[in-house]
Ligand binder design. Structure first.
Ligand code: NI
Length: 192
């Protein structure tokens, strides 16, 4: 089932999400719906708060970027061909390496793209789809998408990482998004 995506301005996007408790109902169904929702809106990652769920769950498919990239970008990123993965109850164990810039967007903040600096490496402790524990290192575009989605479960958004002046310049556009004054080709949900 395709779920509406929560637009900028909704309080759920600003909460620090909670670990999923063992008795949480219908977790697999939520994850299935998140995949369907992400692909339907051409995203490469989606976090549970973006579908109005206050839990530490996110999904990424970095392979999607490599599928559509230009031939001249082949071999540019060390994590090619990317991965498709579910992260449950993720917590950062390590954030390391040189910061690099990449033009990011977000399904909750449509039609805004900005260059964002992030470190090159992330080590995460998390549960996989079958709730098995992992500690794993990620680099390249995969590490980039993971950091963006991890921000979501910490109540942060990529625009928080902009310089104050740049952020100020976007305020009008952001207000329009929160009021629903945008037309998207996927379904969105707005703050009341
Ligand atoms: Ni996002």
């Amino acid at each position: 089932m395709i779920l509406p995506i929560v637009a900028y301005g909704a309080p759920v996007l600003r909460k620090v999400a909670k670990d999923v408790p063992p008795d949480y109902p219908n977790l697999q169904k939520i994850i299935d719906d998140m995949w369907e929702t992400m692909y339907a809106s051409n995203g490469v990652g989606l976090a549970a708060p973006q579908v109005n769920k206050d839990i530490r769950v996110f999904i990424i498919d970095s392979a999607q970027i490599f599928v559509i990239q230009d031939d001249e970008d082949k071999g540019k990123y060390p994590d090619e061909p990317g991965i498709k993965k579910v992260f449950i109850n993720a917590h950062i164990a390590e954030l390391d390496g040189e910061e690099w810039s990449y033009n990011e967007g977000c399904l909750s903040i449509p039609k805004i793209r900005e260059d964002i600096k992030r470190p090159e490496k992330i080590v995460l402790q998390y549960l996989g789809e079958n709730l098995q524990p992992h500690k794993e290192e990620f680099i390249g575009l995969t590490a980039r998408i993971i950091q963006h989605e991890y921000d979501h479960i910490e109540g942060k958004l990529f625009i928080d990482r902009l310089k104050p002046l740049r952020r100020k310049m976007l305020q009008g556009k952001l207000n329009d998004i929160s009021k629903g004054k945008i037309r998207m080709d996927y379904k969105m949900m707005y703050a009341k």
